[in-house]
Write a protein that binds this ligand. Structure first.
Ligand SMILES: Nc1nc2c(ncn2[C@@H]2O[C@H](COP(=O)(O)OP(=O)(O)OP(=O)(O)O)[C@@H](O)[C@H]2O)c(=O)[nH]1
Ligand SMILES: [Mg+2]
Length: 216
């Protein structure tokens, strides 16, 4: 399911890496966070990944949610692969709670993340919320001395199955600076379209970033 990138297994990992490397167990752990406004589909992404991932490479999906199925703290899904030669590579997948009032929780979940998926609700009337959420992501990353533009980051345009969605170019203009640098993925998490592609996209960037830092 995940893109395979190989690296030498005898690396000396510097302190600047956020990824957790355990030499004794031959394990590398990366943290990927799904961010976005309330109800954009973050939890649905993780549910779909959990449903489709082969059982030997996934753990339990843990969701801490309100009675209305809104994320209260986070969702958590561990995935495992052999993307880096000689190491078991673990991806710890998290979602944040999108509701504006849970900002301190979002900051906690964002800590030490290695990659971000910004999930967009493509419906026209959600554009202000998407923009606000992206701004909130940038601010929260700054507080932990990270810059969104310098980290592995992809955008998912979700809910493309609905009729009232904004055109891709318009969302690009609003949320992606019209830039072709940030990989974007069209998706319907509800139907299962584009979800694994998004995951592969961010996993590939996270691994490339890790290998590049290691090589330098
Ligand atoms: N039509 C459609 N509905 C979707 C899609 N993805 C998610 N939904 C629905 O949108 C609602 C919210 O989805 P969630 O995954 O719970 O959203 P969330 O981003 O986790 O929301 P918070 O936990 O509040 O931040 C649910 O009813 C989903 O079934 C999609 O691609 N298309
Ligand atoms: Mg949720």
């Amino acid at each position: 399911m995940l893109v395979i990138v190989t690296a030498s297994s005898s690396c000396d990992i510097g302190q600047s890496f956020m990824a957790l490397v355990n030499y004794a167990k031959k394990e590398i752990q990366f943290k990927i966070v799904y961010y976005g406004c309330g109800l954009c589909g973050k939890t649905t992404n993780l549910q779909l990944i959990h449903e489709r991932a082969p059982s030997k490479s996934k753990g339990n999906l843990t969701s801490l949610a309100t009675s209305q199925d809104r994320t209260l703290f986070f969702d958590f899904l561990p995935l495992q692969t052999t993307a880096i030669e000689g190491f078991v590579t673990k991806f710890q997948m998290y979602t944040v709670p999108g509701q504006v009032k849970y900002n301190s929780t979002r900051r906690l979940v964002l800590r030490n993340c290695d990659g971000v998926v910004f999930c967009v609700d493509s419906q026209f009337e959600k554009m202000a919320e998407n923009t606000e959420s992206l701004e909130n992501l940038r601010e929260n990353l700054k507080l932990q001395k990270d810059e969104l533009d310098e980290m592995p980051y992809v955008i998912q345009y979700n809910k493309r199955d609905l009729l009232n969605v904004a055109p891709q170019e318009y969302i690009d203009y609003l949320l992606n600076n019209g830039s072709s640098k940030i990989p974007t993925f069209m998706a319907s998490a509800k139907l299962g379209d584009g979800v694994l592609e998004t995951l592969n996209g961010v996993a590939k960037l996270v691994l490339q970033d890790f290998i590049q830092k290691y090589n330098s």
